[in-house]
Design a protein around this ligand. Structure first.
Ligand code: FDA
Length: 394
């Protein structure tokens, strides 16, 4: 005899727990299954251990999806304020870091504790270290899930097993296989919010810069992000690069502008007027980290006194710093990617409930769906919102 519930949720991550809480609060009997030893492992490591749990500015424009409108409904029905109200009701101290990003003051574990407490209050059964086997529709409605602890059946089955990022943490791509089993279309998956790598030649030239961070604007076509840029031993990273990586494709060029709020040409010109005997490198080092100033000044062959350099040369140096075309060779891949782009095609889902159209009782939520947020708390907001609306319907 299979154990019976109203709702089986596969995956005890952010979205699965949120869905289970809402369904449990509605009086549904709910079981959450996960192969991990603890729930919410990605929450635990998120935001440098402090969990950037939402972004107060989160809206559809902050998400990538083949259907830009799909996320609107869920995001409107469970907002950052709704999540914040839950956080505050548990007495969790928080702060806004920058750009609307909300973090725990103490630890991401506070968020996990809040979710597991809420699940307990809602009567949700959480089963960890449970391997999931075959899924079959049951004649007359519902689903049967084979597990290492025996078979379970429920009227509603919610797939909340996340994407492919960080396989070391238990990411499996399981949701995509379930989608395929039910004949659902997938949008091609790829690593998102990921550092970009450079070819060996460029990497060698940039090697002395590893570890340097600077404010930058990184552009890809019409999309641009202004945040920090970090030079690494493998290539480029930092929030600005992670953001643009979700838009970048192999073979594309990005444009890097360092210190985008400063007019470097005017600054150099003013420095030349003030002291024509200083070098361009010295003048540039007033704005940029020393090694970066050296890299660009040497790269443009700007040795000697500034007085000897006409405006055109100063403009060339400014362009090298602020219109620097870079062709990444690749990305660090799922090993370090924060999210998976693409996934279950939203065309087959009802945006109000996350239920598969024409397959009653089957839901996909969270990262496995083709909705991916920018860096900055947006991905958790999608997890909470899509989990909540599914929990209202499952
Ligand atoms: P998630 O991956 O969290 O959960 C899926 C669950 O399913 C896991 O518990 C897993 O064990 C389980 N599972 C998978 N396959 C299974 C199988 N075959 N059988 C049984 N169980 C299975 N976002 C943000 O908004 N703010 C932030 O600060 C950060 N920081 C951050 C840091 C790092 C290092 C990473 C990798 C990611 C972030 N993110 C983030 C992104 C965020 O973590 C991500 O968007 C959500 O965790 C997605 O939630 P889900 O519940 O959809 O998947």
């Amino acid at each position: 005899m299979a154990g019976r519930y109203d709702v089986i949720v596969l995956g005890a991550g952010a979205t699965g727990m949120m869905c289970a809480i809402r369904a449990g609060q509605r009086g549904r009997s709910v079981v959450v299954l996960d192969h991990a030893v603890a729930p919410g492992e990605k929450i635990r490591i998120s935001g440098g251990g402090r969990c950037n749990f939402t972004n107060i500015h989160a809206g559809p424009k902050n998400f990538l999806s083949a259907n830009q409108h799909f996320a609107k409904s869920a995001l409107a029905r469970f907002t950052p304020k709704d999540f914040l109200a839950m956080v505050e009701s548990h007495g969790i101290a928080w702060h806004e870091k920058t750009l609307g990003q909300l973090f725990c003051d103490d630890s991401a574990k506070d968020i996990i504790r809040m979710l597991t407490d809420e699940m307990r209050c809602a009567g949700v059964d959480l089963r960890l270290r449970t391997e999931i086997g075959a899924i079959e529709p049951v004649a007359g409605g519902g689903y049967r899930v084979a597990t290492s602890e025996g078979a379970l059946e429920a009227a509603s089955l919610v797939i909340a097993t996340g994407g492919k990022s960080i396989p070391k943490m238990g990411a499996t791509g399981f949701a995509y296989r379930v989608a395929e089993q039910f004949g659902l279309p997938l949008v091609e998956t790829r690593p998102g919010l990921v550092p970009l790598t450079l070819d060996p030649q460029l990497l060698q030239r940039l090697a002395p810069l590893a570890g340097i961070a600077a404010p930058a604007e990184i552009r890809h076509g019409k999309t641009a992000f202004r945040e920090a840029l970090l030079f690494t031993h493998r290539g480029l990273s930092g929030p600005a690069i992670l953001q643009i990586s979700s838009y970048w494709r192999e073979g594309d060029e990005i444009t890097v502008a360092i210190e985008p709020d400063i007019d470097i040409f005017i600054t150099l010109k003013t420095a030349r007027q003030a002291n024509g005997r200083q070098s361009a490198q010295t003048a540039l080092a007033e704005i940029l980290p020393k090694r970066l100033a050296q890299h660009f000044a040497e790269g443009e062959g700007m040795s000697g006194n500034m007085a000897d350099h006409p405006d055109k040369r100063l403009q060339q140096l400014a362009a090298a710093v602020q219109a620097w075309p870079v062709k990444p060779s690749g990305s660090e891949g799922y090993r370090t990617a924060e999210v998976t782009l693409g996934g279950v095609d939203t065309a087959c889902l009802d945006s109000k409930t996350m239920q598969v159209k024409n397959i009653p009782g089957l839901f996909f939520i969270g990262e496995c769906v083709d909705v991916t947020g920018w860096l900055g708390g947006y991905n958790f907001q999608w997890a909470w919102a899509s989990g909540h609306v599914a929990g209202e319907a499952a």
